[in-house]
Ligand binder design. Structure first.
Ligand SMILES: [Zn+2]
Length: 276
């Protein structure tokens, strides 16, 4: 019975006209919104309205939650599920938003020498914590391979099958095995590049663990799709099958911008990337 009411409520939300002011937020804050096909925009807007309405939004450290915050964050989560029918991150109950990067209390994994500053994290499957400043900046910079909202919601997808292991919910054991082999090979390749002090397409934080690799790879799959496809064709195909999207087709042919971005990622090898 609950499912029936929920489906009906969702159908109503999807059918409601999308508020112009929300669309203005998308146009101003979400860089990739302009490259979506009209049908994709309609799907995104429906999913966004459902996500925005169903989640519990909490402002932290004095932040007052606005429609702009909800629309910008909900749009990015909804990009991940753009090709999926009736998927609304049901496991996620609350989105906690800080004004900017925040300090994680009682989690001094690295001792006092390094900051425990965070721009986002996923607590189990139920809570996602985000810095608003970073969420908005990352949404606006849609082609730099950094996007904290995509990153945290990729962690949520990774945990959908119960295990945070870098392998999301897939349909068969053989596909899971192929996926696992592929990401371990890519992690190894990336570790070798970092040792040789060569630039890497993905943020070096990806080599921390398979779950971080999947979350970081998701950022670049959507934002640096052409480079991703060129550098990791097999993994691009697996990601493309999983997300049901081919973001390389959304962007114009590779140009200066993408190679510059890939080179920029160099600086992360020894920089202090915030923990995500
Ligand atoms: Zn992470």
């Amino acid at each position: 019975m609950f499912g029936f009411f929920r489906r009906r409520r969702r159908a109503r939300l999807r059918a409601k006209p999308f508020p112009t002011v929300w669309r203005n937020h998308l146009e101003r804050n979400v860089g990739w919104y302009s490259v979506l096909e009209p049908a994709e925009r309609t799907k995104l807007e429906g999913d966004l309205a459902i996500f925005l309405t169903e989640k519990n939004w909490e402002g932290c450290a004095g932040l007052v939650i606005t429609d702009e915050i909800k629309v910008t964050i909900a749009a990015q989560a909804s990009l991940l599920s753009l090709a999926w029918k009736d998927f609304h991150f049901d496991a996620v109950i609350s989105i906690l938003v800080y004004p900017a990067a925040y300090r994680a209390k009682g989690r001094e994994e690295f001792g006092d020498a390094l900051p425990t500053e965070r721009v986002g994290e996923a607590f189990g499957r139920e809570t996602v914590v985000l810095s608003w400043r970073d969420s908005r900046a990352d949404a606006r910079g849609a082609r730099d391979g950094r996007n904290v909202v995509l990153h945290e919601f990729a962690h949520i997808l990774d945990m959908e099958d119960g295990l945070p292991d870098g392998v999301p919910h897939l349909n068969s054991d053989s596909l899971r095995a192929t996926w696992r082999t592929c990401i371990h090979r890519e992690i190894e390749r990336m570790q070798q590049s970092l040792l040789a002090r060569r630039g890497t397409l993905l943020d070096p934080y990806a080599v921390e663990s398979p779950p971080e690799f999947f979350a970081v790879a998701t950022e670049s799959f959507f934002e640096l799709a052409l480079d991703f496809q060129r550098e990791m064709p097999e993994f691009y195909r697996l990601m493309s099958d999983y997300y049901g999207q081919d973001p390389a087709r959304r962007w114009p042919a590779p140009g200066e911008t993408e190679s510059e971005n890939a080179a920029d990622n160099d600086q992360g090898a020894e920089g202090l990337w915030p923990i995500r």
